[in-house]
Each structure stands twice: as structure tokens, then as C-alpha cells.
Design a protein around this ligand. Structure first.
Ligand code: HEC
Length: 216
């Protein structure tokens, strides 16, 4: 062990280099001082819905990061919106990028599915809509009631899934979660400065215009 000092210096050096390259430089590169003008802060209810999204593990199956045209599969072509840029996450702390895509990317889900009723039915039982869906159902976000009360939000279901003599009513957590989903829309045009903050390794393909990437 007469080489302890060089070993220690080497180890600390590697750690410092890794911190610089993986933490400090990316944070500096992606710093965003201003939110994009069209992006609104979340309301209190939407933030509560966001907590439900985290608590129920939605991000284990859904990403929130549409890819750009330079990446292997171009998500805009799938209808998932333009590639996201750092500013789109201004109000997301922490961001919910996700790594798995068992289900579709949800970063712009509100732009393609605007119906609260659709989302409630889908959360109560995804197979009410797609019999092939492997998304879990979330029945505990709903309650069965014999009598509807004023203010109750009724879940619309096909005859076969309608519990006999009972109404399926959304609990507050389901309403909050859907309010959050309906806020996920970053399809507004981004700026070329924002696009430049994306990894240059995923650069635009030759001949592709800024418009293809959703820039103004
Ligand atoms: C086990 C994986 C899995 C989990 C966990 C999961 N989903 Fe899904 N989700 C899917 C799959 C697969 C689909 C596509 C089939 C469908 O629409 O049911 C989907 C579809 C969706 C869609 C429709 C999106 C579109 O563009 O068609 C929404 C909205 C959605 N999920 C929301 C949620 C929310 C909210 C949660 C958490 C409460 C959640 N998902 C949890 C797998 C999952």
C-alpha cells in the first residue's frame, strides 16, 4: 500500500471529472431562466394530480420526452408532439421524463385527448376502451354509489362493465389526476435557441427545416 496517495488522487480526480461532466456542465448547458410564454404554471389541483401520477407509478410505463427527428424513432410522426426542449419542463420539479415506454409518451397527451370523461373511463378500466390494453386499472380512485349526489362525476362505462344497481363515481384523486393529464400540452412552437439546447448529437437531419422541429 505504498501507492496510497496516487490512488487517492486518481480516485478523487475521476469523481470530480464525473461530477463536472455529468452534473455541473449539463445543468449549466440546460439552465433556463425564462419559461416559454405559452407555458402556464400548474394550478394547485394540477399539482395534486401530478402527485397522484407519481404515487401511482404512471412514470414506470409512460415517458414525458418526445424525441427529435435525429433520434431513431421520430415521435412527431407518431402524433406525440414536437421534440421537447428544456424550457418545456420549467414548472416540472422534478421532471417526470421516465425511461420506459410500455404506453405512449404523455408529454402532450392533452393535445390529442381532451375529454375528461375519456380519461376517467380509461383510468377506471383501460379495457373498457381497448380490450388489448395492458395498462392497470385504478378502481380505488373511484367509488360505487347506489344514489348519485349533487356534484358527483359519473364515469361512463359500457353496459358489460357497469356494476349492477350502482353508479361508478370519480374520487377527488381521479379528478385531480385527469386535471393534470389535461394540462400536458407543449405543442406550442418553440424557439431555435431552445432547440439549440438539445443534445447536438441528436442534430437535425440534412435538409430538415426548423419548422419540422417545431421552431418558430
Ligand atoms: C404497466 C404499464 C402502465 C402503467 C403503470 C400505466 N399505463 Fe397508461 N398506458 C399503458 C399502455 C400499454 C397504454 C396504451 C393502451 C391504452 O390506451 O390503454 C396506456 C395508455 C395511456 C393513456 C392514453 C395515451 C394515448 O395517447 O393513447 C393515458 C392517458 C394513460 N395511459 C395514463 C396513465 C396514467 C395516468 C397512469 C397512472 C395512474 C398510467 N397510465 C399507468 C401502460 C401503463
Amino acid at each position: 500500500m505504498n501507492r496510497l496517495l496516487p490512488l487517492l488522487i486518481g480516485a478523487i480526480g475521476v469523481l470530480l471529472l464525473a461530477t463536472l461532466m455529468l452534473v455541473i456542465l449539463p445543468a449549466w448547458q440546460l439552465r433556463t431562466s425564462e419559461p416559454p410564454a405559452p407555458l402556464k404554471p400548474y394550478t394547485v389541483q394540477q399539482l395534486q394530480g401530478r402527485d397522484q401520477y407519481v404515487a401511482n407509478g404512471c412514470l414506470y410505463c409512460h415517458s414525458q420526452q418526445p424525441r427529435s427527428s435525429g433520434q431513431t424513432l421520430f415521435d412527431t410522426a407518431r402524433g406525440w408532439g414536437r421534440a421537447s426542449t428544456p424550457g418545456d419542463y420549467f414548472y416540472d420539479s422534478p421532471h417526470l421524463l421516465g425511461t420506459m415506454r410500455t404506453g405512449p409518451d404523455l408529454f402532450n397527451v392533452a393535445a390529442r385527448m381532451k375529454s375528461r370523461d375519456w380519461h376517467l373511463t380509461h383510468l377506471y378500466q383501460p379495457r373498457a376502451i381497448f380490450d388489448w390494453s395492458l395498462m392497470p386499472s385504478y378502481p380505488y380512485m373511484f367509488e360505487l354509489k347506489a344514489q348519485l349526489e349533487p356534484g358527483d362525476v359519473l364515469v361512463r362505462l359500457p353496459e358489460s362493465l357497469q356494476p349492477e344497481g350502482k353508479h361508478v363515481v370519480a374520487r377527488q384523486e381521479a379528478l385531480d389526476l385527469v386535471e393534470y393529464l389535461l394540462a400536458l400540452d407543449r405543442t406550442y412552437a418553440t424557439t431555435s435557441q431552445e432547440l439549440d439546447k438539445r443534445d447536438r448529437g441528436y442534430d437535425r437531419r440534412p435538409g430538415e427545416t426548423l419548422m419540422d422541429s417545431g421552431a418558430q
